[in-house]
Design a protein around this ligand. Structure first.
Ligand code: UD1
Length: 417
């Protein structure tokens, strides 16, 4: 099994180009199922979760050709509506094919997503909302077996809780439903805006009515398009933290700074100097890092997907900090590994109290999930000596060329088998 060796401590200096967003690409790939025409997608990151989604699409009959970060998808002969456990178990986003398959075939059988380390992650909000479009479903032997005897029909749907995946599934399904759908209390993550842009360019009729309300007028068919996926804001945030924690000087390129203004504001508050340009941000880390109290929240709040990374930085604050995790119930698994490196983090329910002034010591470590893995790299970059990070397949789910990008800015990092 592959591992990463990281030799700290180095100050990172140089430029990093941010890849296309994994979390924007996944729903867009699921939404290609609505089309029978050729779809050309650009800026798709080469990461494991995307490979898994492409395997799932191919299993459904999609033809996919890839060249570097470009994908050409042709669904003219796509005709299956069954997504197997083997493909959906490893990646929760597999459930995003349910909406488009129902829109296209009025019936689908999709495996429930597998258990996930960061929480139970149910799909009740997706199912309840789909039933409002006329879908009847039952859960049988780990599968959602769903059909809409009269086809999908638009309706008013209020999400009881903000869910990124449920908002995406419903936008996609309602795009081909008969009549008008009004979705309220929607997630408004930038990746959802990218999905809406993709669908509208394809001929769908989706409009933001107010901050969390979307109106969708169903269309009968969609047309051929080319779409370039937005940048990965979590990757951008991760490298911003990498600069801050190593007292480095990085220029983070190929981004829209306005989309990550919450993260920029927090890093500034903690002491980093940040210079914002048109499509890039320069960050200069400060030796003195202030403390803070933050809560994770749906966009535009602080993202749960950056919680582990910011926690590492807060270990270096001059005083204690507090993080409250309000999205997932079990997302502190990185804490045990960080404490093995010398951190002093106490958790109590969904709160973590982070003692400042920590010098991380190198260690052999175990990655537990995607963002936890990267937080261990960040800590290891500051530890004096060699750290080894095991189970990096988690990391490969979502970070494109991470060693290459970090090496280019001076990190001593190596993948070994
Ligand atoms: C997406 C992101 C993930 C991110 C998360 C929150 C993708 C592929 N993944 O995940 O990286 O961490 O948003 O920003 O884009 N919930 C229910 N019932 C449901 C659906 C969700 O109770 O039917 C709960 C979840 O357990 C969680 C919360 O709602 O506690 C938010 O989940 P959701 O926004 O749906 O996250 P994902 O779409 O799975």
């Amino acid at each position: 099994m592959q591992k990463l060796e990281v030799f700290g401590a180095t100050k990172l200096k140089g430029q990093i180009k941010i890849s296309g967003s994994k979390n924007a690409s996944l729903p867009i790939l699921a939404a290609t199922l609505l089309s029978k025409k050729k779809i050309n997608l650009k800026n798709v990151p080469k990461v494991r979760d995307i490979e898994t989604m492409l395997t799932l699409l191919r299993s459904l009959g999609s033809k996919v050709n890839s060249k570097k970060n470009q994908l050409i998808i042709n669904n003219s002969k796509q005709k299956k509506n069954f997504a197997s456990y083997n493909l959906v178990k490893t990646m929760r986003a597999g459930i995003l094919v349910l909406g488009p398959l129902l829109a296209k075939y009025s019936s689908a059988k999709v495996s429930l997503p597998g258990g996930c380390a960061i929480g139970t992650r149910p799909i009740d909000i997706h199912l309840k909302a789909l039933s409002k479009l006329g879908v009847k479903y039952k859960i049988n032997q780990g599968y959602v077996i769903a059909n809409a005897p009269k086809g999908l029909k638009g309706n008013k749907i209020h999400f009881k809780k903000i869910s990124v995946g449920a908002t995406e599934n419903l936008i996609i399904a309602a795009s081909l439903a008969k009549g008008t759908t009004l979705l309220t209390n929607c997630a408004i993550e930038p990746e959802i805006k990218d999905l809406v842009d993709f669908l509208n360019n394809m001929g769908c009729k989706i409009r933001w009515i107010s901050k969390r309300t979307i109106k969708i007028i169903g269309v009968k068919e969609v047309k051929e398009i080319t779409h370039s996926v937005m940048f990965d804001r979590i990757e951008a945030g991760t490298y911003l933290v990498a600069a801050a924690i190593t007292q480095g000087n990085l220029i983070i390129q190929n981004i829209i700074p306005d989309i990550i203004k919450t993260e920029i504001k927090i890093l500034k508050k903690l002491g980093s100097k940040i210079i914002i340009k048109k499509n890039e941000v320069q960050i200069i880390g400060n030796k003195k890092i202030k403390n803070i109290k933050i809560k994770t929240a749906p966009y535009p709040g602080f993202p749960t997907d950056l919680q582990a990374q910011i926690m590492v930085l807060l270990c270096k604050s001059t005083k204690n900090s507090i993080i409250q995790e309000d999205i997932f119930e079990n997302r502190f698994m990185h804490v045990a590994e960080l404490n093995r490196m010398g951190a002093k983090i106490l958790t109590n329910g969904n709160k973590a109290i982070i003692k400042g002034n920590i010098n991380f010591a190198p260690a052999e470590l175990m990655a537990t999930d995607l963002r936890a893995s990267v937080s261990l790299i960040l800590a290891a970059l500051t530890a004096n000596g060699k750290s080894i990070i095991n189970r990096i397949y988690h990391l490969d789910r979502g970070y494109e060329n991470i060693e290459k990008k970090l090496k280019k800015v001076g990190a001593k990092i190596k993948r070994v088998s």
